[in-house]
Design a protein around this ligand. Structure first.
Ligand SMILES: C[S@@+](CC[C@H](N)C(=O)[O-])C[C@H]1O[C@@H](n2cnc3c(N)ncnc32)[C@H](O)[C@@H]1O
Length: 429
């Protein structure tokens, strides 16, 4: 069924087509439209741009909203471009969300999303958001060929590919356009992978390339396989060399490292600019990974710096990479447990928080605020989680003093934000 713009949409089913005018972008890689007027049902539309008149195909029905893909464009935005990737279309690869958007307009899109989240979830006024200027900044290197780490899923016919949006279905591909050119040269996608669930490839800033194959633990093999399956090294070395913050790093190919080749240095610069570490200041680097921010801060402070990291490979990497940095201690623990069980205790002057997508959460935020550091820098890969945590900080008397946003993930909906939080209530001892 294809319906006109003003239908309420109560009797729609998946696969139905409706004509719509698309509104503002929202968190999640889609724009918001409404069926049946201003107060009608919300439709989250992928593959469209604000202001466009499109025909959408309904992909999911939910109680309060629908999801849909724009399948025909009747009035195109001036920011619309042809997607550089042939797999970026409705029903195709779900890895990228904004291939159809001009790169400058992708950053405008993400800026609008960050502003909306800071207001709606973070509780910041429009005036305060204007003053913080969360304009998303470009990283060097262009919108393609930046992805230094990629995970291909393997389908039932043993072919590698990337997943459809909100699906476990594998889309076989020749190569991923946003992947680093050194990863295009590998033959991963030209062959089949019997008995393998996923193939991971890394092209490091130090010039190394590593390929790992993962196999889930079968129930009858649990004695041999680790809990999360087995990993075999297909090419390269199990550790790769990364270059960042004026140092060389040896990082296990399967542990966390910033994905965009320019991200580590960009974020280190932002953290140092905002935190302004002074000699003698004590720092916690929470969710520290291999210790990227700890190394940079400790070089300024020359004082005690504590990394808290829960992944065993991350802890081992931090201990090895920071062995030559005086005053650095690496605590193997979950951040909330380390704070609650007083495995790390104050006094502390500076805190770096760089949690995974779920954010630090209220318990960690309250414990950090209670420790009364001079300043907290929050590095966030999910602006919604950041905005929620900003609101918790505000409840404890803290405010956002400075804010930066970076396009560390071009062609996707993702954006990296860095917020400086301060309070006037620090007790001077
Ligand atoms: C976004 S990464 C940041 C790593 C590091 N700051 C960097 O930029 O390289 C988040 C890190 O937190 C770790 N992690 C996730 N949950 C954690 C938790 N509850 N407690 C401690 N570390 C955690 C992950 O293993 C990962 O290394």
């Amino acid at each position: 069924m294809t319906a006109a713009v003003d239908v309420a949409g109560d009797d729609l089913v998946e696969g139905d087509r409706v004509e719509l005018v698309v509104g503002a972008p929202a968190h999640g890689g889609h724009c918001v439209a409404r069926l049946g007027g201003e107060y009608g049902r919300v439709v989250f539309v992928r593959h469209a741009l604000p202001g466009e008149r499109v025909t959408v195909e309904i992909t999911e029905l939910h109680r309060g909203y629908l999801r849909a893909d724009a399948v025909e464009v009747h009035e195109a935005s001036p920011d619309r471009v042809a997607a550089p990737c042939p797999y970026a279309h409705p029903g195709g690869c779900g890895g990228c969300d904004v291939q159809h958007v001009a790169p400058r307009a992708q950053r405008d899109w993400k800026t609008a999303v960050v502003r909306d989240l800071l207001a709606r979830l973070g509780g910041l006024s429009g005036e305060r958001i204007d003053a913080l200027d969360p304009t998303v900044r470009e990283l060097p290197g262009g919108p393609l060929g930046w992805r230094s780490r990629i995970r291909y899923a393997v389908d039932a016919a043993d072919r590698p590919g990337l997943l459809k949006h909100r699906s476990h279905e594998v889309v076989p591909i020749d190569f991923c356009r946003i992947a680093h050119p050194r990863l295009h040269e590998l033959d991963i996608t030209a062959r089949t992978w019997p008995g393998v669930d996923a193939v991971e490839a890394v092209a490091s800033t130090g010039g190394d390339v590593t390929v790992l194959a993962r196999r889930s633990a079968a129930p009858d093999e649990s004695v041999l396989a680790e809990a999360d399956g087995e990993t075999s090294l297909i090419a390269g070395s199990p550790e790769v060399r990364e270059v960042a913050a004026g140092r060389e790093w040896q990082v296990p190919a399967d542990s966390f490292w910033q994905i965009h080749p320019a991200a580590a240095d960009t974020l280190v610069t932002a953290v140092l600019d905002l935190l302004d570490p002074q000699p003698g200041e004590i720092c916690w680097d929470l969710y520290g990974g291999a210790g990227l921010f700890a190394a940079a801060v400790a070089a300024r402070t020359g004082a005690r710096t504590t990394v808290v990291e829960s992944s065993p490979v991350g802890v081992a990497a931090a201990r090895r990479n920071l062995a030559d940095v005086p005053g650095v201690e690496v605590v193997a623990a979950k951040v909330d447990a380390a704070l609650a069980r007083r495995r790390i205790t104050g006094p502390v002057d500076l805190v770096v928080l760089d949690p995974p997508r779920s954010g630090a959460g209220a318990r960690v935020v309250r414990a950090v605020a209670a420790a009364q550091p001079r300043a907290v820098v929050y590095v966030a890969c999910d602006p919604a989680a950041l905005a929620r945590d900003i609101k918790t900080f505000a409840g404890a008397g803290w405010r956002v003093e400075s804010f930066r946003a970076y396009d560390c993930f071009p062609m996707t909906q993702h954006v990296e934000c860095v917020a400086l939080l301060v309070t006037d209530d620090v007790t001077v001892t």
